[in-house]
Design a protein around this ligand. Structure first.
Ligand SMILES: [Zn+2]
Length: 396
């Protein structure tokens, strides 16, 4: 009898633990301010002026060929610096540039959770607010920067702002193959694209997911957060999730990702990609809920030191040695496992241009490359008898 009682008690304790809110996440969600979110939207969509490097200016359009694209980049960079983040950026072509704000984890600095949104917009006009698509997502990422700055996390959190999504997801496609090049591991990605429109006021948001890596674990966490933190969204699961925004390259490369957006199927924003896509059309309560869902999901994962989600460990790369790196004349790639062979190697420069391709089907444990590359940073993709991996190499 006693034994049964303690078993029941133990079960109750574990159920309570499973459903428990994390007080830190709740506190973080309490810090989210709708005024702050909407102010970022106004600044990014030209409704409010911005001060960039001490000069007052207006972002009239973030379309990739418009001057406002670079202004938006500089404005967001400045905001993240102000909140104390380490900044990184990645130019993937002559006018495309991703922005990253990094909050290094105190326990697992190389394991990253990422929240991202594209900041470029459409249409191709000198004035185009692009408030819903996608100042809403960009402002969600900026507000995350403001709020998360006050907390510490065992895992690293990266806030990403992609460029040139509107012309074929170019920013995120360029970024994903570089994951792992600094011995970093991407644990999971949450994308935010169009969070402001809810004309029927049903509070239904899409969560896009695919059966790739542990994407469903991310979805489950988002569903848990929606109820545990009383966010009160209706979640419409889209599986397989749509391939037309920045979560798609993550799935396509085997990483775990989900994408949060307003309900595309039944309540699509008719002002999408028009010059009337402005903040006044937002359902503000819905917008704030979507942002909170993204924050809670990322924060829950980034705080969980017992995280066994292992979303995608780049274990393949750790089976190989690349040396010396940086290199001057030659670089050697060597497999540490007799059954794991190198079948081909491709080296690209920072713009994605291929500068070296080995013969296919070496099927060798070791490969020596000596190419007359110019000094600089390159990405080497090593195709093996299993999958491929990418590492950053430096020619001196
Ligand atoms: Zn978009």
């Amino acid at each position: 009898m006693k034994k049964t009682k303690s078993l029941i008690l133990l079960l109750l304790v574990s159920i309570a633990t499973i459903n428990a809110q994390n007080p830190l996440v709740q506190s973080l969600l309490n810090d989210v301010q709708l005024d702050s979110l909407t102010n970022f939207v106004k600044q990014l969509s030209g409704e409010n002026a911005v001060i960039i490097n001490g000069v007052t200016d207006t972002i009239k359009s973030r379309q990739y060929q418009q001057p406002g694209n670079e202004k938006a980049f500089q404005f967001m960079k400045q905001e993240f610096i102000r909140y104390g983040y380490q900044i990184d950026s990645f130019a993937f072509n002559t006018d495309g540039k991703n922005l990253f704000a990094i909050k290094t984890g105190y326990k697992y600095p190389n394991r990253r959770f990422m929240l991202g949104a594209h900041y470029d917009n459409w249409p191709l006009t000198t004035i185009a607010p692009g408030a819903d698509d996608n100042a809403s997502g960009s402002a969600t990422v900026l507000e995350a920067g403001r709020v998360f700055a006050n907390y510490s996390f065992p895992y690293t959190i990266v806030f990403a702002l992609w460029d040139e999504e509107e012309v074929g997801l170019l920013g995120s496609i360029a970024y994903v193959p570089t994951i792992g090049s600094n011995n970093d591991t991407l644990m999971g990605y949450v994308n935010a694209d169009m969070l402001g429109w809810d004309s029927n006021n049903d509070s239904v948001a899409d969560i896009n997911v695919r059966q790739v890596a542990n994407s469903v674990t991310l979805l489950n966490k988002a569903q848990f957060c929606n109820s545990a933190y009383n966010i009160q969204l209706g979640l419409h699961i889209v599986d397989p999730g749509n391939g037309s925004t920045d979560h798609a390259p993550f799935w396509n490369n085997g990483y775990s990702a989900i994408g949060i957006d307003e309900e595309y199927d039944n309540d699509f924003n008719p002002f999408w990609h028009t010059t009337s896509d402005s903040l006044v059309k937002f359902n503000l309560s819905f917008y704030q809920k979507c942002s909170k869902l993204a924050y809670a999901t990322i924060a829950e994962f980034a705080l969980d030191t017992l995280n066994t989600v292992g979303i995608k460990e780049n274990t393949l790369a750790s089976q190989f040695q690349l040396f010396p790196n940086p290199f001057t004349k030659q670089i050697t790639i060597r497999s540490e496992r007799p059954d794991l062979l190198i079948s081909a190697v491709v080296i690209s420069d920072c713009t994605g241009r291929i500068v070296y391709e080995s013969q296919i089907n070496h099927q060798a444990p070791t490969l020596l490359i000596s190419e007359n590359l110019e000094r600089g940073i390159y990405f080497i993709e090593v195709f093996t008898s299993e999958k491929s991996f990418v590492k950053k190499i430096i020619k001196q």
